[in-house]
Design a protein around this ligand. Structure first.
Ligand code: ZN
Length: 345
């Protein structure tokens, strides 16, 4: 489950090849363990995503406020030209970005398209609206064309449009369970528990929550949210986009290197193989900007430390794993090394 990379060996060889300073380098290098890239954010053992289709009224009136109260985020597949969306425009365009929810492309009207031009508008206008609402976020977004819709375009044309607007399938991650009480999908928290038990990324999809269509009850939904809050330390509740970008980068990790080790810190960098992800003809770091969590064993004396990468600096506390101290922190791949520095007490 962890990506183990044999860095200690490299460091040991470097130290051995420089006899004059060998002893000093050797002892500094041996202060730290091999850096590990964790499978999920913050080293949590599982991830879980909630998707919501069609910008329904019950999502705006019930699901979103209940999630906000608990600090939980979801992915909302919106139809900006529908009356449902227009009736709660502030929820979608102000509240969702503010509370960290993701808006995803479900086309302007959820009606398919009679030709290529209309398809380009249905998908493209939705993409542009979402990009405008999240000016500082990756343009790589999930896409679902809408159940029961007819698209009078070829498969190649559809793919061309998805590529043009940096879209990946909303079904690309783990199998999404479409929640519907009437169809017997049962207690929703069971799907989150299964993700945790299996150490995986789980995903469910909603339409109505306490009304509308393909619905679940308010009670069933709240039970899920409370389960996620109770297991916050173990389950990374992520938008589909964040979880997808993390997953793609994690799978593409080629190496993680720790260097320039001294008693007060070290440098560390992650290199991803850019060939392993779909970059849509853009530089890797433009669409894949999710920080990966790295964990490094540090000396017992470590408590607070700071990580600087580019012009970003973040403060952390060492975490205990099986009684031993580790530096655990966010690191963006392919933008050069971060400097990890022990803070003065
Ligand atoms: Zn839909």
């Amino acid at each position: 489950m962890l990506k183990r990379l044999s860095l200690a060996i490299v460091l040991a060889c470097v130290a051995a090849s420089v006899p004059a300073r060998g002893e000093e380098s050797m002892s500094a290098a041996s202060l730290y363990g091999e850096p590990e890239v964790m499978q999920f954010k913050d080293g949590k053992p599982a991830a879980f995503s909630m998707q919501f289709d069609d910008s329904t009224l019950t999502q705006a009136k019930f699901a979103i406020p209940e999630m906000n109260k608990r600090g939980l985020v979801g992915t909302f597949f919106i139809n900006p030209d529908s009356s449902r969306y227009q009736a709660n425009k502030e929820t979608w365009e102000v509240i969702c970005p503010k509370f960290g929810h993701e808006l995803a492309n479900h086309t302007m009207k959820h009606t398919g398209a009679k030709d290529y031009e209309e398809a380009d508008h249905e998908i493209g206008a939705c993409a542009h609206l979402i990009w405008k609402l999240y000016p500082n976020e990756s343009k790589l977004r999930p896409f679902l064309r809408g159940g029961g819709t007819t698209w009078n375009v070829s498969r190649e044309e559809m793919q061309e449009l998805r590529d043009k607007y940096f879209l990946f399938s909303g079904f690309a991650g783990p199998r999404r369970v479409g929640i519907c009480d009437e169809r017997g999908t049962g207690p929703i928290k069971a799907y989150a528990k299964a993700a945790l038990d299996e150490g995986k990324w789980g995903q469910v999809g909603f339409h109505g929550v306490g009304g509308d269509w393909i619905s679940t009850s308010e009670e069933n939904f709240i039970e899920l949210l409370d389960y996620l809050v109770a297991n916050r330390d173990k389950i990374w509740v992520a938008t589909t986009g964040d979880a997808y970008r993390y997953w793609q980068e994690y799978e593409a990790v080629r190496e993680v290197t720790l260097s320039q080790a001294t008693e007060s810190g070290f440098k560390v960098a992650i290199e991803c193989d850019e060939e392993k992800v779909k970059t849509y003809g853009r530089p890797f770091t433009e669409l894949y900007d999710e920080a990966l969590t790295v964990r490094v064993r540090v000396p017992d004396s470590w408590s607070r430390f700071a990580v600087t990468q580019g012009d970003e600096e973040k403060a952390y506390e060492a975490v205990a794993v099986e009684g031993k101290p580790y530096a655990q922190f966010d690191l963006r791949p392919n933008i050069g090394p971060a400097t990890v520095t022990l803070s003065a007490e």
